[in-house]
Write a protein that binds this ligand. Structure first.
Ligand code: SF4
Length: 248
C-alpha cells in the first residue's frame, strides 16, 4: 500500500520525499514541496543575503503568497535592509519581518555587546528564538543552504526533519557556479555588498570580507570556532542524520 504522506511519521515523510525529489532540480523541489500533502503549511526563511535572490526569484514564479520570513536581528547591515525592501517590491514577495523580543533584548543584551562576549547566546536571542516563534504555526520551512558551502552543510539532504517540522533545502545539490549563472540568466539584482568583497553576509558585527581563495563563509564569525548561527543546528527526533551538528 502506498505511504499516506500526510499521516506518516516525519522520518518516513523525509525518506519518501528524498527518495522522490532528492536529485530533482531546485525549481521542481520547490514546486513539489509546496504542493505535497506530506509537507504541509510552509514558509521560506531568507536572510536576503549574498545569494538569496536565486531562491526568492524561484518562489516568486511558483507561489508569491508563500510567506518569506526575514529575521531583522537589529544588527544587520543597512544595505541588507534596503535590499530586503527592494527584492520584496520587485519580486512581489509576501515578506514578513521578524524581530527579537524587546524585553528579552533589554534583559539579556542591555549594551548591545552580547555578540562579543557570547555570540551563541546573541544568535539565540536575536535569531533562533524569534524564528522558532515565527515558525510555530508552520509545518515546514524552506532554506537556501547548499552542500557546496561546506562544513556541516556538506552532508545535508534536500528534505530534513527539524524536530516535528520539515526543512526543505531546494538548493542543496547545486554547484557554486549555478548561482551566478541563474542570477545572470534572469538579470537579478545582487546584494550591494557582494561587489564590495562580501560573498556571505550576516550581521554587521560578525561579518568580514572573504578573499577569492577562501571559503565564501570564511568571513562569518572570523577568528571564532562558530560557523553557524544555530537556527540549523537542531536535530530531528527520529533522524540523527538530518541537521546534525549542522542559511542563507
Ligand atoms: S550573527 Fe552576531 S550579531 Fe548577529 S545574532 Fe549572531 S552573534 Fe548576534
Amino acid at each position: 500500500m502506498p505511504l499516506d504522506l500526510e499521516l506518516a511519521p516525519i522520518k518516513d515523510r523525509v525518506a519518501a520525499l528524498n527518495n522522490e525529489l532528492g536529485d530533482a532540480a531546485p525549481e521542481d523541489v520547490l514546486r513539489e514541496a509546496l504542493q505535497s500533502a506530506g509537507v504541509g503549511l510552509t514558509a521560506m526563511v531568507s536572510s536576503f543575503g549574498a545569494e538569496s535572490v536565486m531562491l526568492l526569484h524561484m518562489l516568486s514564479r511558483i507561489d508569491r503568497l508563500v510567506p518569506v520570513l526575514f529575521i531583522d536581528t537589529e544588527m544587520l547591515f543597512p544595505e541588507t535592509l534596503s535590499y530586503q525592501k527592494e527584492l520584496t517590491c520587485t519580486l512581489k514577495l509576501n515578506s514578513r519581518v521578524i524581530t527579537p523580543d524587546r524585553a528579552k533584548m533589554f534583559e539579556r543584551d542591555t549594551d548591545g555587546l552580547l555578540h562579543r562576549n557570547d555570540p551563541d547566546a546573541c544568535c539565540a536571542l536575536r535569531k533562533s528564538e524569534p524564528l522558532e516563534q515565527a515558525l510555530s504555526n508552520f509545518d515546514a520551512w524552506i532554506t537556501g543552504r547548499k552542500r557546496v558551502q561546506g562544513g556541516v552543510r556538506a552532508q545535508m539532504q534536500v528534505f530534513e526533519a527539524d524536530g516535528t517540522r520539515l526543512k526543505v533545502n531546494p538548493l542543496a545539490n547545486i554547484a557554486a557556479q549555478d548561482v551566478q549563472a541563474y542570477i545572470d540568466t534572469h538579470n537579478l539584482p545582487r546584494h550591494p555588498l557582494v561587489a564590495r568583497g562580501f560573498p556571505s553576509i550576516g550581521c554587521a558585527p560578525c561579518t568580514t570580507k572573504a578573499k577569492a581563495d577562501e571559503n565564501p563563509r570564511a568571513g562569518r564569525w572570523r577568528g571564532m570556532e562558530k560557523t553557524e548561527c544555530g537556527i540549523h543546528l537542531k536535530a530531528g527526533p527520529a533522524d540523527h542524520n538530518t541537521t546534525s551538528g549542522v542559511a542563507e
